[in-house]
Design a protein around this ligand. Sequence first.
Ligand code: SIN
Length: 345
Amino acid sequence: MSEREKRFDCPEAAGGPVCTPEPERARISGSETVRPEKKSFAVDQSVTLAGVCMKNPVVVASGTFGFGREYGQFYDLSELGGICCKGLTLHRREGNPPPRIAETPMGILNSVGLQNPGVDAFIEHELPELRKHELAVIANISGSTPEEYGVMCGKLSAAGVDLIEVNISCPNVKAGGLAYGTRPELAAEVTAVAKAHAGTVPVMVKLSPNVTDITEIARAAADAGADALSLINTLRGMRIDVRTRRPILRMNTGGLSGPAVLPVAVRMVWEVHQAVDLPILGMGGVSKGEDAAQLMLAGASAVAVGTACFADPYAPVRVRDGLAELAEEQGLARVAQLTGGVLPW
Ligand code: SIN
């Protein structure tokens, strides 16, 4: 068990749910986990993503924040712009066998396999809790068939989520998963079905970096009616124990996230921003304000913080404040003015 798993008493080691920090111990274990000082900023931090207004551009990434219950012990979730909830499927899933998480230099590999309680349980038990806070609730969904995406969109739209993130890029499940995100015609089919069932709730399609040309998939989703895109999901990777010669993850491969992937995410957001006229939720390796600013300058309207939350539950709050500080330093009236502001050579 790694030092971090010990520190947070990570249930992952026993095959339990995705690692979430245990508040008291996390708070005393190092300066990084101390609550950031409350700051006030003159800069307007509000942004709009596919018509959804958020008080700031910082969202937490799906699969790194559960449904907010554990992190809600550290701070009021209303401090966030939004939450992308743990990926939902039509029916409850136990996920993949352990080990499902492995550390890498500057990141982690995961092969969780979409462990979740199912869309109905989310609507009954988690959504009402999230609604007690003022933040955009983004439901992330994965299906084995286009029809399953449609059924889930219908249920979530009726339940009144703010946005639906359609995951066509999970690298860790056999049926559906990555296949929809690597073939333009399948990406278009899933997007069209999701749109047809989502009613007035905007549909954001989550893209995979595990493709030759991400703009092809982005265009397919845009042409099929997507209201926004989110990128990037994790990069497929693998680690091997050289003594046992066994892969570290039980499923052999997993998705890489964390600071190591930030430059890939920035490049892909930049390419997609030039290729399609859709708002982008940028993510991949964000752990400080400057990282988020890079994604916004590349073209993102909002940013998601993911893996950084495992080491520091306050990471999203620090990213939000760092971004506001940077915008003020640059004399901007609105943080949103960073979007697309890169000056390429
Ligand atoms: C997982 O649950 O395996 C991660 C989901 C994803 O990467 O899309």
